[in-house]
Design a protein around this ligand. Structure first.
Ligand SMILES: NC(=O)c1ccc[n+]([C@@H]2O[C@H](COP(=O)([O-])OP(=O)(O)OC[C@H]3O[C@@H](n4cnc5c(N)ncnc54)[C@H](OP(=O)(O)O)[C@@H]3O)[C@@H](O)[C@H]2O)c1
Length: 317
């Protein structure tokens, strides 16, 4: 296949953990061209994607850039859409998602894959506050009304949260691992850096099969106690679970979160939602991502692959 005859897929948030996984999988398949959207073409991640063959387009994932987005989506057959982390009190996530989808429609994109989550408001009858879930569900609902083929993937809790956002504390020879979930509660987790790409590649390779589908991406269903035990076994380090499940415990381990009380509310709302109602709706097929990608990393495989020993890690751009 000549380079110019390969379908072009635009990847929004291409330097993010999810986006770079998607861009890399598409390019490595040899079957697609990729246009990678970023705020900064000079960043290490953007340059690394360019090195893999991606075309880089500088467009921010922010409101007010509709024209640039339409231009960036032009001549693309597909687009991977995602929203970056947006903390309350900002309410930009829904309008941003709508802007991305509208731009894809206007540019004539045929199929979009949006990284969505469940509607927590609806599932909890308004009792749990997790706008970064509900806003993604509302974006998905909006996309369903548009004249564009669409598929939704839904990522589990990221393994990387424990490395990036909620890193352990070292106490003498023991790694104390604070989790925002109860010790024995099993939840779906995934490595966004290696699992998002294969899911998106599968959809873009078989768009008719997945038209309208909403597909969880799951690496492991595992409790914090089991994660700590695996960590200890793989690294040989002593490790213990610590609760960051209540407000008090969360702020004990991560006091900086206290600067944004709404973000604390949202974090607690999200985990209470997951514990009370389940992270995914019961009717979702949580085995799909492993079926189409048997190499999806379990927590143990993630630990072995990354050689993580409990230190804070940034996945910067
Ligand atoms: N953490 C979890 O457990 C979890 C689970 C499921 C879903 N999610 C969702 O995943 C999304 C984040 O994905 P990710 O972790 O892969 O992203 P990420 O690694 O944090 O990267 C975000 C990217 O968005 C771009 N960006 C554009 N405008 C931005 C802005 N105003 N602030 C920050 N970044 C901006 C940045 O690229 P440039 O600098 O190149 O422009 C950056 O590479 C969020 O919507 C989150 O709710 C998270």
């Amino acid at each position: 296949m000549s380079e110019s005859s390969k379908p072009l897929i635009v990847v929004a948030g291409a330097t993010s953990k999810q986006g770079r996984s998607v861009a890399t999988s598409l390019l490595e398949s040899g079957r697609f061209r990729v246009r990678a959207l970023t705020r900064d073409a000079g960043s290490a991640q953007a340059r690394s994607l360019a090195g893999l063959g991606a075309e880089i387009a500088e467009v921010p994932l922010a409101l007010g850039h509709q024209r640039e987005l339409v231009d960036a989506f032009r001549s693309a057959e597909g687009a991977f859409l995602m929203t970056p982390p947006i903390a309350p009190p900002s309410t930009e996530e829904f309008p941003l998602g709508r802007q991305l989808a509208d731009a894809a429609v206007e540019a004539g994109v045929i199929h979009v894959v949006f990284s969505a989550l469940e509607n927590v408001d609806e599932r909890s009858s308004g009792t749990k506050y997790a706008p970064h879930f509900t806003d993604k569900a509302l974006i998905a609902e909006y996309i369903r009304t548009l004249p564009i083929a669409h598929t939704f993937i839904m990522l589990s809790f990221f393994y990387t949260n424990a490395l990036e956002y909620y890193p352990p504390r070292i106490d003498g020879d023991t790694v104390l691992m604070p989790f925002y979930l109860p010790e024995d509660f099993r939840a779906p987790f995934v490595d966004p850096l290696t699992a998002t790409g294969p899911a998106a590649l599968e959809v873009f390779s078989n768009p008719d099969t997945y038209r309208g589908a909403c597909l969880p991406v799951v690496g492991d269903v595992i409790s914090p106690a089991e994660m700590v035990e695996e960590f200890s076994r793989v690294t040989g380090l002593k490790a213990e679970y610590r609760s960051a499940y209540s407000r008090e415990d969360l702020l004990t381990y991560f006091p900086a979160l206290g600067e944004n009380p709404l973000l604390v509310d949202e974090t607690l709302g999200m985990v209470q939602y997951a514990v009370d109602l389940g992270y995914f709706r019961d009717d979702r097929d949580t085995t799909w991502s492993r079926r189409i990608d048997p190499n999806t990393l379990s927590w143990e495989q993630f630990l072995r692959k990354t050689d993580w020993h409990g230190q804070p890690v940034t996945f910067g751009h």
